[in-house]
Design a protein around this ligand. Structure first.
Ligand code: HEM
Ligand SMILES: *[C@@H]1O[C@H](CO)[C@@H](O)[C@H](O)[C@H]1NC(C)=O
Ligand SMILES: *[C@@H]1O[C@H](CO)[C@@H](O)[C@H](O)[C@H]1NC(C)=O
Length: 321
């Protein structure tokens, strides 16, 4: 039977844990424990139904989170719409016409705000939706650290400068990740996100026509849906992973080893350089990929969050308050 002494021991244990969590990082998984208990269930339910309706949506939400975090940190800046007096990041070159999923984030935000008005940031919703997308498509689960606040600004110039492009070399990609505090190993693991989703012809044309480090049969198939002349069929889509495009697994790395990478930047990871060994490892060992991917996602989610009194909790993810 519990006596006063054991109860106070348990209570002080809980308090110590609470302070440890708050002091070790600014973000922590239980951030909404008392202010919005249903938030994780709401995000999960809506993310799952969006993916049931359109399988590609899981990929689109994961990419949205990456493009948020790499530009001024994970602060929801990517979600802001352009207005006559405000320039967001949506028309930056790596984003324009290829980012998807904004309506799903709006829908989640609306449901979350009905349950707990004005408490949960758009940046956190995006972080949880990205995790739930990975899990729904068969990938690993991890606890998402929370407590990010939303930015009041955006930067189109940083979006153009800080995001890697499909024509980037391994050196350029590596240095863009290093600029965010992410290692070569993190970069390779995170690139495994290309095990799901699609890319437009405009982004893989030069690789399948001009590069020589490619499988001929694979590039022949991709050429057949992507006309050679710039400006023709630019929006035609092909899966980033030719083996299992809607399953989060390690087949992206198996593609690279067989020179079936869709983007120039993908095949850069297996082209006789310093990433080769890790790509080979992941192509043979899915568990190693999953555990490094999780580590990379947590690190990426920690990029420059706004906490405390910085930023705001947006009422509408597309507009500052
Ligand atoms: C390593 C450097 C990277 C480059 C150069 C790159 C570039 C691209 C490009 C060009 C597309 C196709 C966009 C389109 O044509 O619609 C794409 C799609 C995608 N990217 Fe990346 N990416 C990189 C890393 C990442 C990372 C780190 C993640 C997430 C952790 C990610 C997640 C995705 C996903 C899921 C898609 C498919 C999106 C969809 O189907 O809507 N990428 N990426
Ligand atoms: C964005 O894409 C649209 C259509 O895809 C195009 O008309 C527009 O010029 C592009 N904007 C920028 C800034 O590149
Ligand atoms: C087509 O576009 C690519 C990449 O945008 C460029 O490098 C190339 O010079 C263009 N080719 C022509 C014929 O304009």
């Amino acid at each position: 039977m519990a006596n006063n002494n054991s109860i106070s021991k348990v209570l002080s244990g809980i308090l110590i844990l609470f302070f440890l969590e708050c002091s070790t990082g600014q973000l922590y998984p239980n951030y909404y424990y008392s202010s919005c208990p249903p938030v994780t269930d709401i995000v999960k339910t809506i993310t799952e139904s969006a993916i049931a309706y359109d399988t590609r949506m899981g990929a689109s939400l994961l990419r949205l989170f990456f493009h948020d975090c790499f530009v001024k940190g994970c602060d929801g800046s990517v979600l802001l719409d352009d207005t006559t007096t405000f320039t967001g990041e949506k028309t930056a070159k790596p984003n324009n016409g290829t980012l998807r999923g904004f309506e799903v984030i709006d829908q989640i935000k609306q449901a979350v705000d009905e349950a707990c008005p004005g408490v949960v940031s758009c940046a956190d919703i995006l972080a949880v939706a990205a995790r739930d997308s990975v899990v729904t498509l068969g990938g690993p689960y991890w606890e998402v650290k929370l407590g990010r606040r939303d930015s009041r600004g955006a930067s189109i110039s940083k979006a153009n400068k800080d995001l890697p492009t499909p024509t980037s070399s391994l050196t350029t990609i590596t240095s863009k990740f290093a600029d965010q505090g992410l290692s070569l190993k993190d970069m390779i693991a995170l690139s495994g996100a290309h095990t799901i989703g699609k890319a437009k012809c405009v982004n893989f044309r030069s690789h399948v026509y001009k590069d020589s480090n490619k499988n001929r049969f694979f590039s022949g198939f991709r050429q057949s849906i992507c006309p050679p002349v710039n400006g023709t069929g630019d929006d035609n889509l092909a899966p980033l992973d030719m083996i299992t495009e809607t399953r989060f697994d390690n087949s992206y790395f198996q593609n690279l080893v067989a020179f079936n990478g869709l983007l120039h930047s993908d095949q850069e990871l297996f082209n006789g350089g310093p990433a080769d060994l890790q790509v080979l490892l992941y192509s043979n060992w899915q568990e190693a990929f999953f555990s490094d991917f999780v580590e990379g996602m947590i690190k990426m989610g920690d990029i420059k969050p706004l906490t405390g009194s910085k930023g705001e909790i947006r009422r509408n993810c597309r507009k500052r308050n």
